[in-house]
Design a protein around this ligand. Structure first.
Ligand code: AMP
Ligand code: MG
Length: 315
């Protein structure tokens, strides 16, 4: 269904009845359920084939609602007021109650929360008057869904309702900032980088060091190495594709006319490249070529996020 008063009502009803609703957020499409329902949460894990130890991000529509499920100190309030609604998830100490079932947080003492900026989702949460859990609407480990058609591709009829709101604005997942550590730590790169956060906070923040070895089952779960991966083997930093490759290009320095090629951004705009990244990877995956090869992406700004996603997808 498209966004409308009708689909909003239906989505609320479905969530109340422990069903799953796929929704667009500004980052990627989420597979949403009511976060207090163990039954609905189990459906999400089953459908995504997501490991049970990988907890879900909880979406709220206000700091007040966040405060019902997490401990908020002056720093975290400051960050919330500055960046929410927006693509920044905070890991905080969890308050235990029936708004969030322990299955949603994999039994952890922490909780990951954000306020998304989609009006439809905000209205939905306010009508539901409860938080929702919403991991990306795709099979665990596969390329994230950035369009309603991707959700259909991944799950088809198995999702109770899909709200089609077009392509997502950013195309990559939220930044994750862990505020339960000292210093605070970036656990996933996103659109908002650690320098922007430091500027607002006036405190040191540890950036994600992608080169650090990751444990297989880390305390910030979901940081397992392999992720976001197409079925076709992916190779990075390649300027010249082989005949039987699909090519994901960037910028305008390659003049070869290879087929198939998709260009993340001909004008070398990294924001545009992030917007197209998962969308184009899915398209190229459909060709079932021997490899998907990706041109070098400048490792600056949101380019760092793109490269982090690509490295994990290629590992
Ligand atoms: P996604 O895979 O986009 O749903 O992102 C979820 C990620 O958020 C997880 O993989 C973790 O890295 C992080 N996360 C979610 N919930 C928690 C939690 N309770 N404690 C720590 N990290 C969390
Ligand atoms: Mg995901």
């Amino acid at each position: 269904m498209n966004e409308s008063e009708d689909s909003l009502k239906k989505a609320v009803l479905f969530l109340r009845n422990e069903k799953l609703v796929a929704l667009k957020t500004e980052t990627v499409y989420g597979l949403a359920c009511e976060s207090g329902s163990s039954k609905a949460i189990k459906k999400v894990y089953n459908l995504k084939k997501r490991p049970l130890f990988n907890p879900l991000i909880i979406h709220v529509n206000s700091i007040d609602l966040a405060e019902k499920i997490s401990v908020i100190n002056d720093d975290s309030r400051k960050i919330m007021e500055e960046f929410w609604p927006g693509p920044l998830t905070l890991i905080l100490t969890r308050k235990k109650n029936n708004l969030v079932h322990k299955f949603a947080v994999s039994g952890l003492e922490t909780i990951a929360i954000r306020i998304p900026s989609s009006e439809f989702v905000l209205k939905l949460i306010s009508k539901l008057n409860k938080p929702i859990a919403a991991p990306s609407a795709n099979e665990s480990g596969y390329i994230s869904a950035t369009d309603a058609a991707h959700v259909v591709d991944s799950f088809g009829e198995k999702v109770d309702l899909i709200i089609d709101s077009g392509r997502t604005e950013y195309g990559v997942e939220s930044t994750i900032l862990d505020m339960t550590t000292n210093p605070y730590e970036i656990k996933r790169l996103g659109v908002i980088d650690y320098k922007t956060i430091i500027k607002k906070l006036g405190k040191k923040v540890k950036n994600l060091n992608f080169k650090e070895k990751r444990p297989l089952r880390p305390n910030s779960p979901g940081q397992m190495l392999k992720h976001y991966a197409p079925k076709t083997p992916l190779r990075l930093n390649i300027d010249k594709p082989n005949l039987d490759d699909a090519f994901l290009d960037f910028g305008n320095k390659n003049t070869i006319s290879h087929q198939p090629t998709l260009n993340l951004s001909k004008s070398s705009n990294l924001k545009e490249a992030a917007f197209n990244l998962f969308y184009f990877l899915r398209k190229l995956d459909k060709y079932s070529k021997k490899r998907i090869v990706v041109a070098p992406i400048p490792d600056q700004g949101i380019g760092k996020t793109i490269n982090e996603r690509l490295k994990r997808a290629a590992s």
